[in-house]
Structure formats: C-alpha cells, structure tokens
Design a protein around this ligand. Sequence first.
Ligand SMILES: [Zn+2]
Length: 489
Amino acid sequence: MRSFAVSRTVAASLCLAASLPLPAASAGAQSIDAVAARISAQSLRGHLSFLASDLLEGRGTPSRGQDLAAEYIAAQFRRAGLEPAGDDGYFQTSERQYAERDMTRFSFTVQAGGRAVPIPAGAVDLRLRDALALQDVPVVSMLWAEAMADAARADGKLLVLAMPADRRAAYADLGKFKGKPALLVLVDAGKQSGSGVNGWLVEEDGATPAGGMQRMLTVYGADAAAALGAPGASASVTVPAPGTRTVRLRNVAGVLRGSDPVLKNTYVMLTAHYDHLGIRNGDIYNGANDDGSGTVSVIEIAAALAADSKRPRRSMVFMTFFGEELGLVGSRHYGKHPLFPFKDTVADINLEQIGRTDDNEGTRLRTANLTGFDYSTVPAALQRAGKRFGVTLWKHKENSDRYFAHSDNQSLADAGVPAHTLSVAYAFPDYHGKDDDWQKVDYDNMARIDRTVAAGLLRIANDRTAPKWTDAPNAAKYREAAKKLKVEK
Ligand SMILES: [Zn+2]
C-alpha cells in the first residue's frame, strides 16, 4: 500500500470536479474504508454489555470475573483469526502472591471520657502490611504542619491527623515524615466508609509498595473523629496478619502477521486494560468506560483488520492488560517480559475511556485526546487518519503531559517505544464510581473513534518509516531509551 500520497493527489484533483463519479479508489484507501465499515456501534455495544455486566463483578485483579473477561477476549481474538501470542495460547500469564486479611479479626477501640467507642472494620482503610497489636496507647491529635515540624512528639503514640483537602500533597508530605508513632491515623470525617478492599498483590521482588510510611490507616466518620479528638483518649488496635495465596493473572495477546518480508518482523501495538475495581462494600464497579470501552475497541478493531484479505506490511499486536487499577501491574509485567522485542516494536496506541462523551469539562463528540501529544510522531499519524472520519485529535492543555505516566503506555514508553494513551473523556461523572455502566456509552461516537484508530494503525503499519520520539523536552528520557534500543539492533 504505497498509495497514501497517490490517493491524496487524486482526491485533491477531484475536488475541482466534484460532480464526476469517483474512480475506483487506490488499494490502500479501499482497504481502510473496508476495515472502517466492519467497525460497528452495535457490535461494540454487544461486547461491552457482556464485559461490563454484573456477572463479571467489576473484573477486579484477581477475580473470577476477570478470568471470565480474559476468556471472552481470547475467544474474540480466536474468532477473528488472530495468532495466539502468549505463553499459554492467547494468555501471557503472571503468577503472583495475593495477600488478604480476615477483617473479622480486626478491632479498633477508642477509650475517651470513660467510654469505649468501637471503630468498625468497614470504616477503616489499612495502609500497613504486617500484623499490629496496640494496647491502651495514648492518642495525640496534631495539626498537619505541627506534625511535620515536630514529629517526635508523637513517637510511640497514636498520632491523629485530619485528612487535608489536597490528599496528593498530603501523601507527598508523609513520604518525608520522620516521626515514629506507634500508628499514624488519618481521619476523614466527611466519608462514612472505606474502600472495603483488604487484599493486595505482593510485589514480585517481595518489596512493600512505595510511600515510606508503613504503619498508617485512614478512619472514616464523624463519631470516630470525635472519639479520637477527645482529650485524654487512648486506643487499642488489633490488625491480623494477612494470609497469602498464589494467583494466576493474565494479559491477553494476539498477533496479525504483516505481509512485508522484512517489516513483518516489526510490530505496532494496540492495547487497553480490561481490569477494573471489582466489588467494593457490596457494590459492583462495572467499569464500562474505564476501561471496558478500550477493551471492546481492541476486540472490534482487531476483528475488522483481521477480516481484510490484504495484510499491512508490519505485524499488529492486540493486547489487553490486567491490573491497571492496582498501578499498571499488567503492563509493567509486559515491560519486563515483552512477547515481541521492544527494538522491533515501532509504536503503541493505548485506549482508555473512549466510550463516554460527557466529560466534566463539556461534551466531547468526534474528538479524542492523546497523552504526550508532542512527544512523538504517532499523534500526527492519528490526526491524519481522523480527517477521513471527521474526528479531531487534540492536545489537552494540562492533561496531555500530566497523564502520560498514568496509563499502560508508560511501560512501553519507558522501554523506548513511542506509546500514547488515547481518550475521549478524562474526567466524567461516574469515574471510578459504581455507576460506570454500559448503557451510558455513546456507541456511535466510539465506533467513529475506533475507525480513526484502525486507520491510524494501518498508516503506521504500512509506513516504511517507523514513528519516532520528537525533541520535546518532556520526551527526553524516552528518546534516550529509544537510542539504547537502536544500539541493540
Ligand atoms: Zn482506566
């Protein structure tokens, strides 16, 4: 398909005589239109109504619902005729330890003014990994700034701090906190209950997650806040040790081999994460937009491209990741164990939240954002593809840079592969809420976005020149990583 330039010239000259019937389009253009025609809103709705159904219980990592989702995605790849690319058919498996606590053995009692106030397990989020047993420890309430300046005053005691409005800044502060309290308790009086999550994936190297401060928990509710704030209060806390079990987590991967004898050994990736938040406090978080929308788009685009009798020059890899919501775990696993060499991987387009158009900042129809918009030449390829389908790719002023490291493109970018996340809406009303349901997705708009993505992938897959990082200052470290890959070559 050498015809991109040619077809554009033909089209331009035709504008002068628009009433003439169009001659047969060039092979390349024909192929893009045929692929686009196979992407349908109805098909996307069908896939998403299953993946975001209550049966799949929010696709938490790990869960039976997530395993069902993985099987469904693999079945769709199989149906499309993709070649399996994992270590177990379409699955790239990662065996991990999952730690979980029996919270029926948790207790937290505050003694104040001759009264014992119990704080229930549901009103607490634990941020400590080990067991803990404190008996009648004095409680010290401090202001945030006070605690940062005079940390030692609470050493050996239970230090109570009110949760500041800016949580992010607060957690950053805590990273520098030098005190040695028996337990640090953050109090959030505005909320009534915690996340209900009491399990976590153990890091592969056995390390505890970053954050420095290990003995910490958050307590919710006005009653707990009042008890902990009472003068002369003391507290007893029992946190049981976690038990661990082995879990088998799975990325799902399929490949469509390219047609060029040399370029078929190079790869363009299309990715999305298929996990979501699971069940929390009895509510199912279906994650239809986050990121069921990206997942069904990978399925739909893969099927549309695989059904074409013509193959692009480069190979295409379609992949959905587990564990994004736990901190990009599935894509980081891929970063450590790539199925195709990074030096031969020319680009990744990662899809996130492309179904909802009701962005908090206003309606987003026929538009999509890309993170790291100025970082590589990939966005330009998508922009050109978008023109064909009336879709504008644009740079969100703050979020384009800010969110670059917040999704699964990051592991690939770190390895040097030009990789971006494409989204329609960043913040939307049900973001990480229990009502992110499949009925709220704009399927016609999503189909249009998917046609653009498919055309963009084809462009990259047929272009003999691979995308590259630009000289944008924020892309410097990825450019360096790419240089190292070239040396490998
Ligand atoms: Zn997401």
